[in-house]
Design a protein around this ligand. Structure first.
Ligand SMILES: N[C@@H](CCC(=O)N[C@@H](CS)C(=O)NCC(=O)O)C(=O)O
Length: 219
């Protein structure tokens, strides 16, 4: 199995967490999103994903983009641990909260949006940072309210789920843009406790082979 990703891509980070939780070995193919205008726009990568976005998972003859679809595929093929409960209200709560993050919050922070704001919308670096923080904070404010009702040890009850897999990378992004996450006490608690789990910790950007921050997990 091959995963095309980038160390700091939060959508690829979701997939890395799931692969680790499910103990699936994979080959990591780094796509540098910033070097030379972005390798995602190269002819070679365009053939792999015409959307020119990571992640892409290739498993035998199947190639899938869209992290939520990849996670769905992994759950069907490698059900242990199951990240999307199969039945009941909890199934829809897990999908709802994961989409709050992956569909509503994350796309507004994406690199190509940031590049558009700077190159075409006359944003300066401060305007850009204000934009990134604003949309994360709008999303986190509602998400923290919801998690207060659903969270146990994990985001939804006592089972690790798709929500945890989406939450940790989004909080990583928030911290990168200096959002004060202490305003969101349930999100903050979950982020630090989930990062104690090796599957989450080892998926972190700084431990990926293409990370310029060479820091072994033991440090
Ligand atoms: N909805 C997609 C989003 C993928 C996405 O936005 N990937 C980002 C990295 S997190 C990317 O490749 N950005 C490159 C760019 O903006 O040019 C998914 O969940 O997989």
């Amino acid at each position: 199995m091959k995963l095309y990703g980038y160390w700091r891509s939060s959508a690829a980070y979701r997939v890395r967490i799931a692969l680790n939780l499910k103990k699936i070995p994979y080959e990591y193919c780094a796509v540098n999103l910033v070097k030379d205008g972005g390798q995602q726009h190269s002819e070679e990568f365009h053939r792999i994903n015409v959307n020119e976005l990571v992640p892409v998972l290739v498993d035998g003859g199947i190639s899938i983009s869209q992290s939520l679809t990849i996670l769905d595929y992994l759950d069907e093929q490698y059900p242990e641990p199951m990240l999307i409960p199969l039945h009941g209200e909890v199934r829809y709560k897990v999908k709802e909260l994961a989409q709050d993050i992956a569909v509503d919050i994350h796309p507004l922070n994406n690199l190509r949006v940031q590049q558009y704001l700077i190159n075409h919308a006359e944003f300066d670096k401060q305007d850009e940072l204000d934009w990134l923080r604003h949309w994360i904070m709008v999303g986190f404010s509602a998400l923290d309210d919801k998690l207060r009702h659903t969270a146990g040890v994990y985001s939804v009850g006592a089972q690790v789920s798709l929500v945890d897999v989406c939450l940790v990378p989004q909080v990583y992004n928030a911290l990168r843009f200096d959002v004060d996450i202490s305003q969101y006490p349930t999100i903050e608690r979950l982020y630090y406790s989930l990062n104690e789990i090796s599957a989450f910790m080892l998926a972190a950007p700084q431990y990926q082979p293409d990370s310029p921050i060479k820091k072994p997990p033991s440090e």
